[in-house]
Design a protein around this ligand. Sequence first.
Ligand SMILES: [Zn+2]
Length: 184
Amino acid sequence: MSNDTGAIARQRHYTTLRNVDREVLRQTWSIGYADPGFTTQFGTPPEPSPHHTATSIVKIVTDTRWMYRGACLACPWEGPDRPRRDPAIEDAHDHTHPVWRTLPILDPARSRRGSKTWSLHLAATYPKGWFDAGGPLRLYADPPFDRHEAGRAPGGGFILHTARPKPQPARSLQLTLEEDNWAG
Ligand SMILES: [Zn+2]
């Protein structure tokens, strides 16, 4: 049993397990499926990243209950226990890219107007060098939206989805119109 924390240490330990009880395997932390650094039990664990890199680790508590933590491919940091993956991925970004929650959330429809326009739009709205540093791209999505997508941002970082804001209620819209009339 290894007590070393961090995605690399967990995955190294996980990939050394042979002929162990299935329950032991299920209850051992390993990198989440398709998240950065993921391998199967028989794969080669990833090499440490030169910069803090968000990923997730997961273990199965019972058939219906999985547990996730945000983790990093460069250091032993791990986030709190989460019952779902996406909040764990967000924890990991609080560690790797602390200002990400302050960045604009973009409308994915704009990305369909041509890649050149979209690239210019990204460069104009996100900090210089953000994506080259593996920073995440924030997009609105309509629920039920897909899980946060590893490797889909321009520099290979995550796309992090946020639920689209609800349309303004009709009543407040009406008040706004009335105010406009008074002003006119
Ligand atoms: Zn780190």
